[in-house]
Ligand binder design. Sequence first.
Ligand SMILES: Cc1cc2nc3c(=O)[nH]c(=O)nc-3n(C[C@H](O)[C@H](O)[C@H](O)COP(=O)(O)OP(=O)(O)OC[C@H]3O[C@@H](n4cnc5c(N)ncnc54)[C@H](O)[C@@H]3O)c2cc1C
Length: 400
Amino acid sequence: MKLRFDREDEIFREEISAFLTETLPADVVRRTRTGMHPPNEEDRRWWNRVLYERGWSAPHWPAEYGGTGWSPIRQHIFEHECRAAGAPELRWQGLRLLGPVIYTFASAEQKARYLPPILKGEEMWAQGFSEPGAGSDLAALRTSAVLDGDHYVVNGQKMWTSEGQYSELGFFLVRTDPTVKIQQGISMLVMDMATPGITVWPTTMIHGDAPVCEVFLDNVRVPRENMIGPPGSGWNQAKFLLANERTSSAEIPKAFADLRRIRAIASREMKGGRPIIEDPRFAFKLAEVELEVEALEWSVLRVLCDAPSRHPVAARASVLKVRGSELQQKLSELAAEALGQRALREYRRDNVFTRLPEDPSWGDHVPGATADLLYLRACTIFGGAKEVQKNIIAKLAFGL
Ligand SMILES: Cc1cc2nc3c(=O)[nH]c(=O)nc-3n(C[C@H](O)[C@H](O)[C@H](O)COP(=O)(O)OP(=O)(O)OC[C@H]3O[C@@H](n4cnc5c(N)ncnc54)[C@H](O)[C@@H]3O)c2cc1C
């Protein structure tokens, strides 16, 4: 294992950076940097297509399925540069979560059907796992799928489905057998979100946007061949998927981009006639969180490189999830602190894009910081609540 950037890695970094400078229009960068949740959907689809044409839309997939064959270090450098340049963040449900499940567990026909449109960004996916009463305790899910001829008939409710209202397809966990041990009765079904019987209700969050929704499933007929793996294998696929989700949810490239943004804010915003960056108390807090981000980056690289460890990968992924989400919250608090009263000004999507040009005192570094702060209250919950991650760490790493 190699945990350092060598000369070739640095040349690779320069190549990526030059490509990004050449390709990303200023208006896309500006929209991306406003920290809105969800980000601009058209920008993301466009960017997915651009990266696909370059062969770079899924660096972490194996090369035989359209990945790049880059080492984990290079994948990390690529993500880092994309964030630093203000590239739109690609939708992760298809590329990060479902794609690896498909090429690991699905049939040859399913791979041929689903993987290419994910790579091209032509079909966007929603993750339908959580339900009222089944979030942390996911195995308690009650949405049922009953076989009727060549179709499963699905009934139930999902909630907190990220970007379900902007998705063509969804991968849903459903209960296909209520008579066996609860984990063994769960299966994963792919559903076209336009199927009759699926109703989507966007949920407005504290920052004023609706990045999530509730999904109601009322006698939805789903072709039998849309099941991934055999009936009852959904729990294994879900565990595999959640471990991937937690490793990437450390969000290191975003953390570095946030640090740069905080520096920019603190250099421009004044306190007592001096830039806030010169306030020793603020500078100390910034240095402290910067060190924590760097330390976490090395832990992420160790997991990505499969470095030897006394602890199982699921426990390590949970550690990254807990620390990564805590740091995201700290960073967003620091950005708001640097903005002071300006953090309280209007920050919603409609205001950011319509009013900003009329207000010259409102620099590009201001909008979005408060939206990010408010939205990120949820990051210690989504992808698996912090308390539950700590239970996993206690059990798997320390045998408690
Ligand atoms: C913004 C956002 C986006 C999301 N996107 C998606 C998505 O796209 N797809 C999807 O399927 N889900 C999604 N989720 C759902 C998310 O995965 C769940 O919210 C999460 O798993 C927690 O479940 P819950 O909300 O049911 O809370 P609960 O499980 O009811 O937990 C409530 C509280 O009790 C604590 N708790 C529960 N059990 C224990 C325990 N055993 N020990 C100690 N404490 C415990 C929790 O930590 C938490 O603080 C999203 C959630 C949010 C907020």
